[in-house]
Write a protein that binds this ligand. Structure first.
Ligand code: ADP
Ligand code: MG
Length: 269
């Protein structure tokens, strides 16, 4: 075991011991660390290289959002620190992995899958009400806490728009999670693009495959076996017309009305 703070930075205050790697993404790695005085006290530490301009931009962007946001379904930052070439974000350790690991481990029951989708919807409603869009909603950026609640993390690409009618010209999410309007070269609603990425996330939870039809609505046959209300939600989130695609608030309202009728089985036989 090495100390996390090999460069004698502010993190030394926490006197941490570096444990195993929890994950890796575009901006660096995330490791588990425990306090020296009490090894049962665990935190996750995201270590970002600031050598490249893009790393530096994403790091300070993420920190500036995480220090302001307070929501039960948004990742909690405990502290941050930086030295000339490295940035560190100390966060709550979510020990049940990400939604991505769930996809490959076990078939999900309908209600549990919907619970995770609604947790993220709740976080997105909170963000979108503040004109913030996440820009990288995907299973690898959604963590699970010890009560099986989904927690939205990785705010490296998040941005705040001027108001609810703001449009963007570029979108930098992960390939495969882009809404079809990104191919048209016209101004786009960033909030509806987040909802499309949530739709792709739900698609992955339902079908457990990365083979996503470029226009999932055209692949309606695919959806035939998926029961209501899951099917309706999937189709509304992946609607290729952003004007008809649901907002987070629409999905919340729909789910309140339908929660009692959601069957535990996702598909018909
Ligand atoms: N707080 C955390 N607790 C547990 N694992 C985490 C935590 N934060 C991130 N991870 C793991 O590290 C991976 C990369 O973290 P992320 O913030 O998405 O970094 P990047 O910006 O490089 O994509 C995640 O996909 C997840 O597996
Ligand atoms: Mg990530």
């Amino acid at each position: 075991m090495k100390t996390v703070d090999q460069q004698n930075v502010l993190l030394d205050t926490f006197n941490l011991v570096r444990g195993p790697r929890l994950g890796r993404g575009g901006s660096g790695e995330v490791v588990l660390a425990s306090a020296k005085h009490d090894p049962s006290l665990k935190v996750a530490v995201k270590m970002v290289s600031l050598k490249r301009k893009s790393g530096e931009t994403d790091f300070f962007n993420e920190v500036s959002f995480l220090r302001e946001l307070r929501h039960p379904h948004i990742l909690k930052m405990i502290a941050f620190a930086c030295v000339p070439q490295h940035g560190f974000i100390l966060m709550t350790y979510y020990q049940n992995g990400t939604l991505s690991s769930l996809i490959w481990s076990e078939p999900l029951k309908g209600r549990r899958m919907l619970g995770h989708v609604l947790d993220v919807t709740c976080a997105l409603e909170y963000l979108h009400n503040r004109y913030i869009y996440h820009q990288d909603v995907k299973p690898l950026n959604i963590l699970l806490d010890n009560q099986d609640r989904a927690i939205l993390g990785d705010f490296g690409h998040a941005k705040q728009a001027r108001d609810s009618s703001a449009k963007v010209r570029e979108w930098v999410s992960t390939p495969g999670f882009y809404g079809p309007e990104t191919r048209k070269g016209r101004p786009m609603c960033p909030f509806k693009l987040d909802m499309y990425s949530l739709g792709v996330t739900m698609w992955l939870l339902v079908y457990r495959t990365h083979t996503i039809h470029p226009d999932p609505l055209a692949a309606k046959d695919y959806c035939r076996k998926v029961r209501e209300p899951y099917r309706r939600i999937l189709l509304q989130l992946l609607h290729k017309d952003p004007n008809q695609r649901w907002r987070a608030a629409d999905l919340m309202r729909f789910s309140v009305w339908n929660s009692l009728r959601a069957p535990s089985q996702l598909t018909t036989r």
